[in-house]
Design a protein around this ligand. Structure first.
Ligand SMILES: NC(=O)c1ccc[n+]([C@@H]2O[C@H](COP(=O)([O-])OP(=O)(O)OC[C@H]3O[C@@H](n4cnc5c(N)ncnc54)[C@H](OP(=O)(O)O)[C@@H]3O)[C@@H](O)[C@H]2O)c1
Length: 251
């Protein structure tokens, strides 16, 4: 029986690439989207063309009050599509970027980052724990920016740092259920993130390429296959780790 992985924010960027990489490895996938139902439908179609099963559900990752209803939609979808009451792995990937110096960051910017990247990850995982199979996996997305400081990314990186600490505690508390929890911390990757800044703004691209040992920024194919591999049986003993996938950014 194929394993089922839930990838939040699977409609675009790293989540999309992760979902497709999991499918290429023989897994089935539930992806979520916030605004781009069209992009999510295209990912589902691509996965089905690979001979695997996939569905897309709507999720607002920053709205804790919506999580119980999301869990109910997921429960129904698992039953209808796979005749199962559980799924096997959760990738907490959904999120946005924001860039402002500490002096200029507004409370609204700060709260949105906390809600989506930290509070949302905490309570979505809590809500989904009864549906996550024993022996399952959780991967939380952080960032290379928690290890070096790049001006303008203070609030974003701080909430990602919080997720790294949370991952450690999840690993300890869920270990008795056989659930392994790791953090994947990508370097700068060319996606739609922060208005496509790394991909489309030459000065951003150059800034991160120059601080990367391998001399370029990343592309989604540098990340998705790594997460799929982390979720495979080959890496079942990897637990409670922060794994940076950045080509050697900021070393
Ligand atoms: N790209 C990088 O340089 C980089 C580096 C390190 C870490 N990361 C992290 O990697 C993750 C994915 O980033 P990405 O580069 O793939 O970004 P992206 O290309 O902009 O894709 C973001 C995805 O997350 C979804 N999403 C965004 N905000 C959401 C919200 N509030 N609720 C629910 N879904 C939401 C989007 O859904 P819609 O399509 O429906 O809008 C989309 O599927 C994020 O956690 C990001 O912080 C990115």
């Amino acid at each position: 029986m194929a394993k089922i992985t839930l990838v939040t924010g699977g409609s675009r960027g790293l989540g999309r690439n992760t979902a497709l990489s999991i499918a290429r490895q023989g897994g089935d996938v539930v992806i979520t989207y916030q605004s781009r139902a069209d992009a999510a439908a295209a990912v589902v179609a691509e996965i089905r063309a690979l001979g695997r099963n996939a569905i897309a559900l709507h999720l607002d990752a920053g709205k804790v009050s919506s999580f119980a209803a999301f869990a109910e939609s997921l429960r129904q979808a698992l039953r209808e599509t796979w005749q199962r009451d559980s799924f096997d792995a959760l990738v907490n990937n959904a999120g946005h970027g924001d860039h402002a110096l500490i002096a200029d960051t507004t409370e609204e910017q700060f709260d949105k980052l906390v809600d989506v990247h930290f509070k949302g990850v905490f309570f979505l995982t809590q809500t989904l724990l009864p549906l996550l199979a024993d022996g399952g996996r959780i991967v939380n997305l952080s960032s290379g920016l928690t290890r070096v400081s790049a001006p303008g990314w203070a609030a974003y990186s701080a909430v990602k740092g919080a997720v790294e600490v949370l991952s450690l505690y999840m690993a300890k508390e869920l270990g008795s259920r056989g659930i392994a929890v790791n953090t994947v911390a990508p370097g700068a990757i060319e996606t739609d993130f922060f208005g496509g800044a790394v991909r489309d703004t030459p000065e951003f691209n150059k800034y991160f390429a120059e601080m990367t040992a391998l001399g370029r920024v990343g592309v989604p194919d540098d990340i998705g296959p790594m997460i799929a591999s982390l979720l495979s049986e080959d890496n079942r003993w990897v637990n409670a780790q922060r794994i940076e996938v950045s080509g050697g950014q900021g070393i």
